[in-house]
Design a protein around this ligand. Structure first.
Ligand code: BGC
Length: 348
C-alpha cells in the first residue's frame, strides 16, 4: 500500500514537472510569436527636433500591436545613420523607414536597401525625384514643400492688408526678417521662396532686412532675433519663420526686448502648428502658423512601411495616394486663432 502511495506521488510529481515544462514552452511560444512580428527599421534624423518628435510618436502609435519597430536617433549625423541602417539590416528588418539627415544621402541608403533586397520609405526629407525613381522599392511620405510657403505667404498678405498699423513707419513697404530652416532641406528652400513670392504677387512691396538659417531650432531662433533687434530695432515689421520652433525662439526674444506691451505688437508666423505654438497664438503672441500634419505623416509612413514589409503594394488597404514622384503628400492647412481647435485636434 505504502509502495503504491510512493508510486502515485512520484507519478504526480513527474506529471506536474511535465506540465511546468509545457507552460514554459507556452511562454516561449508567445515570445517567439512576438519575435516573429515583422521588424521595421526606423531612423529619425535627430530625436531632439520638436516636430519630428510628434512624427515619431505617430509612427509608434500606428505600429502598436502589428509590428516591432527598431527606432534609431541618428543624432544629426549621416555617418551614424548609415551604420544604423547596416545594423537594422543585420537584425532582419523587412523594410526601412528613413528620415534622412542629409537629403543628398538617399543614394547611399538605396544602395544598402537594394543589396539587402529591402523596400525603403523615406519621410520628411524628400530625396530627389530621380533618386527615388532609380529604385523600384523606394517611396516618399511627406508634404508638397511649396504648399506651406504659399499658405504662409497668403496669410502674411492678408494680415498685412487687414492691419495697416503694422507698417510702423508708414512707408507702404513690408520690412521683414526671415528665419530659414536647414539649408538644402527641400522644406526650408521652398518655404523661404514661396512665402516671399506670394506676398509680392499679392501686390505688397517687401524689403528683406535679414535672412539667415536658425536650423529649425528655437535656441538659434532666439539668438538670431536678439541680434536682429539689436541691429534693426523697430525697423522690423514682420518675422517670417520656416517653422514654429524658430518662431518660438523669436517670440521669447521679442518678449525679453519689451515687445507685446502697449502698442509694440510684432507679427510672427511659423509652420507646423505644434502645441507650444498654438498656445502662443491663443495668447496673441503669434499671428499664425501652417499645420504640418505630423500625425498623418507618421501614420502614412508606418502604413506604407508595414505594407511593403509584408510584401504588399505600398498603398494596399489605405486611403493614401501616390503622385508621379512616388510620393504620398499630406496637405498643409493655414492656422490662426479662428481655427485653432482644429489644429489642436491634429496634434492630440
Ligand atoms: C518641419 C520642421 C522640422 C523639419 C525636420 C519640417 O517639415 O517643419 O519643424 O524641423 O521638418 O526635417
Amino acid at each position: 500500500m505504502k509502495k503504491l502511495f510512493v508510486l502515485l506521488l512520484s507519478l504526480v510529481m513527474v506529471f506536474s514537472m511535465v506540465a511546468c515544462g509545457g507552460s514554459n514552452e507556452a511562454s516561449e511560444t508567445t515570445t517567439e510569436a512576438k519575435d516573429e512580428a515583422v521588424k521595421i527599421g526606423v531612423t529619425i534624423y535627430k530625436f531632439d527636433d520638436n516636430f519630428m518628435s510628434f512624427v515619431r510618436r505617430a509612427i509608434g502609435t500606428a505600429a502598436e500591436g502589428s509590428a516591432e519597430l527598431i527606432l534609431n536617433d541618428s543624432n544629426n549625423s549621416q555617418a551614424t545613420q548609415n551604420d544604423q541602417v547596416d545594423m537594422m539590416i543585420s537584425k532582419g528588418v523587412k523594410s526601412l523607414a528613413i528620415n534622412l539627415v542629409d537629403p543628398q544621402a538617399a543614394p547611399t541608403i538605396i544602395t544598402k536597401a537594394e543589396q539587402a533586397g529591402l523596400p525603403v520609405i523615406f519621410f520628411n526629407k524628400e530625396p530627389e525625384a530621380s533618386v527615388l525613381k532609380s529604385y523600384d522599392k523606394a517611396w516618399y511620405v511627406g508634404t508638397a514643400s511649396s504648399e506651406a510657403g504659399i499658405i504662409q505667404g497668403e496669410m502674411i498678405a492678408e494680415m498685412w492688408k487687414a492691419n495697416p498699423e503694422w507698417d510702423r513707419n508708414g512707408d507702404g513697404v513690408l520690412n521683414y526678417v526671415l528665419m530659414k530652416g536647414e539649408p538644402g532641406h527641400p522644406d526650408a528652400e521652398a518655404r523661404t521662396k514661396y512665402a516671399v513670392d506670394v506676398v509680392k504677387e499679392a501686390g505688397i512691396e517687401m524689403n528683406e532686412l535679414e535672412l539667415q538659417t536658425g536650423m529649425w531650432d528655437s535656441v538659434k531662433g532666439k539668438e538670431l532675433m536678439d541680434a536682429w533687434l539689436a541691429k534693426h530695432g523697430d525697423e522690423i515689421e514682420f518675422v517670417i519663420c520656416n517653422n514654429d520652433g524658430m518662431a518660438l525662439g523669436a517670440i521669447e526674444s521679442l518678449k525679453g526686448n519689451g515687445y507685446f506691451g502697449d502698442g509694440t505688437y510684432m507679427p510672427v508666423v511659423g509652420v507646423d502648428a505644434i502645441p507650444d505654438a498654438l498656445e502662443q497664438i491663443k495668447s496673441n503672441y503669434m499671428a499664425g502658423t501652417v499645420l504640418n500634419d505630423a500625425k498623418n505623416q507618421g501614420k502614412a509612413t508606418f502604413e506604407l512601411a508595414y505594407n511593403v514589409a509584408m510584401g504588399k503594394e505600398p498603398l494596399e488597404g489605405t486611403d493614401w495616394e501616390l503622385d508621379g514622384n512616388k510620393a504620398v503628400r499630406v496637405p498643409y492647412v493655414a492656422v490662426t486663432i479662428d481655427n485653432i481647435d482644429f489644429a489642436e485636434e491634429a496634434y492630440k
